[in-house]
Write a protein of this length. Structure first.
Length: 107
């Protein structure tokens, strides 16, 4: 792989580096939602939500459509959810392993 591809890969991975963006991905898992609904669900001010949505749109991870003055978002590629779920599974495995290590130290 060349350096430019690694740089692009790193940019994609940045999406997974913020808890609110992870929550956003999970919210959009099964349906599209309006920006207002997303902001209310995430507890984010419109300006902060806009930054997250823009970052994800620029990386082609979200698509949107306008209906009147409303903007609706959805996941652009369902494989994003596969990556999300895989990372979550790895996290749970690590948590389980850590729990076993702690339990063994206590025993």
């Amino acid at each position: 792989m060349d350096d430019q591809l690694y740089a692009y890969h790193a940019e994609m991975c940045k999406v997974f580096s913020h808890p609110k963006r992870l929550e956003l991905i999970d919210l959009l898992r099964n349906n599209e939602m309006s920006a207002g609904e997303l902001g209310a669900s995430l507890g984010l001010a419109p300006a902060n939500l806009s930054q997250h949505l823009t970052m994800m749109r620029e990386r082609h991870l979200l698509v949107y459509r306008k209906e009147g003055n409303m903007t609706y978002y959805r996941i652009a590629n369902p494989r994003l959810l596969e990556a999300f779920d895989l990372l979550r599974e790895i996290l749970f495995e690590q948590i389980r392993q850590d729990a076993v290590l702690i339990q063994n130290k206590i025993s």
